[in-house]
Ligand binder design. Sequence first.
Ligand SMILES: [Zn+2]
Length: 94
Amino acid sequence: MKKVTCPNCSNYGSPPTMEESMSLFDLEEEADLEGVKKIGAFRQRGQIEGKPIWVCNQCDAGLWIKIFGKPKLIIGSDLQGLKEDWESGTGTDF
Ligand SMILES: [Zn+2]
């Protein structure tokens, strides 16, 4: 998986792999939700124009992941809009 650096806080890495995400489903029933959320440097939160949105687990900034070039930082009202779409669409925390 591609790794990126957060333009906001320099956090570096990638979201959990599919295998890690699947194993989290089992873990979630056993509590420690905070620990589960922090696996991986980023979490995946939907997409724009077919490109994934990752949210930084360190500073909660949104990153729009391009195939080429640096990720675009998503903050302020744009990030708020993504958050509302995600939460109303999935029923889970952004
Ligand atoms: Zn960050």
